[in-house]
Design a protein around this ligand. Structure first.
Ligand code: ADP
Ligand code: MG
Length: 327
């Protein structure tokens, strides 16, 4: 199974940030309201993700580490939904084939926690009792230690950590209800408390995307039939020349979509200078059967069934909000 897992790992595990992405998504799937991430040496040495989610029962731990074991598919409908998100049920197995992975977990129903790690050529899973609050910690040590060719492709510590931090920013802007911490080499880099009220949410946006948001951002909230758009954008008077934040989410997932970017740019019109770029954090919600999410999860692309309608809605919602600010 080691080789098959390593081949699968080629798809899932591109760099440290892709490991963090899979592990954080698992934490969110487990219903965590707090996710703590510790990184050492850009993730090459250590990535530890701890959550306060539902945990994994002792008898399920071994299974969780094996390939194609997912507890998340219960119907065909589900299967289709999950396939559209990419490779499923293989993240833990793949990661543990290219790093030293251990899983420590305690569901609320258990008195003690258990730790599982897969070792050796045959990936024999070892189980031992451990101390851990309700929830799960996944520790990934020495990424690509057994695949030197891949290890060579890791960029500098700083670059790899930059990608992890960028990922956490994206996630923190999609889950205001979750508290996050991120540290690198023992130093705290981000500490975000759950943001429930609109004020707290704007504060989180300002922390992640620049102080300009807290005094100048324009709040958007608009609905047309089944389409909803909300979020913040900066008027050109508050936009600096260096590239700023551009975050758009479709049904809760971060997207980099040409049509949306075009609509946003158009809404600014002539007000935006030639040397300026739009700055925004925007959320678009529409019925799930109105969009296709690209099968490759890393590409962040969508296809809207009614592209014209979505485009025009975004332009009109944003330009009317910006219009009110324009002198
Ligand atoms: P998938 O997420 O696609 O199901 P993974 O390999 O990422 O596949 O995880 C395998 C299984 O391990 C999950 O289905 C889940 O049951 C369990 N699991 C992994 N991480 C966690 C976690 N942080 N909390 C609770 N359960 C988890
Ligand atoms: Mg997963």
């Amino acid at each position: 199974p080691q080789l098959a897992n390593q081949i699968a790992a080629g798809e899932v595990v591109e760099r440290p940030a892709s490991v963090v992405k899979e592990l954080v998504e698992n934490a969110l799937d487990a219903g965590a309201s707090q996710v703590d991430i510790e990184i050492e040496k850009g993730g090459a040495r250590l990535m530890r993700i701890r959550d306060n989610g539902c945990g994994i029962a002792q008898q399920e731990l071994t299974l969780a580490l094996s390939r194609h074991a997912t507890s998340k598919i219960s119907s065909l409908d589900d299967l289709e939904r999950i396939l559209s998100l990419g490779f499923r049920g293989e993240a833990l197995a793949s990661i543990s084939s290219v790093a030293r992975l251990s899983l420590t977990s305690r569901p609320a129903s258990q008195e003690t926690a258990w730790q599982a790690s897969a070792e050796g050529r045959d990936m024999q899973v070892q189980l031992q009792p451990a101390a851990h609050p309700v929830g799960t910690s996944v520790e990934v040590l020495d990424l690509f230690f057994n695949t030197p060719a891949r290890r060579k492709f890791l960029r500098t510590e700083k670059t790899e950590f930059f990608h992890i931090d960028e990922l956490i920013k994206r996630l923190a802007l999609s889950r205001f209800d979750v508290g996050w911490t991120l540290s690198h080499n023992g130093q705290n880099v981000r500490r975000l408390k759950p943001a429930m009220t609109p004020e707290q949410q704007l504060q989180r946006v300002a922390t992640l995307c620049g102080r300009r948001f807290s005094d100048s951002a324009c709040w958007i909230e608009n609905q047309h039939q089944q389409l909803k758009l909300w979020g913040w954008l900066l008027p050109p008077t508050a936009i600096e020349r260096q590239p700023g934040c551009q975050y758009s989410y479709v049904n809760g997932r971060m997207m980099r979509d040409k049509l949306l970017n075009h609509a946003i740019r158009q809404a600014y019109g002539d007000w935006l200078g030639d040397d300026q770029q739009p700055v925004f954090v925007l959320y678009l919600q529409l019925p799930a059967d109105e969009v296709d999410v690209n099968v490759h999860p890393a590409k962040h692309e969508v296809r809207f069934h009614q592209a014209r309608l979505v485009h025009d809605f975004v332009v009109s919602a944003l330009s009317s909000a910006l219009g009110q600010l324009q002198p």
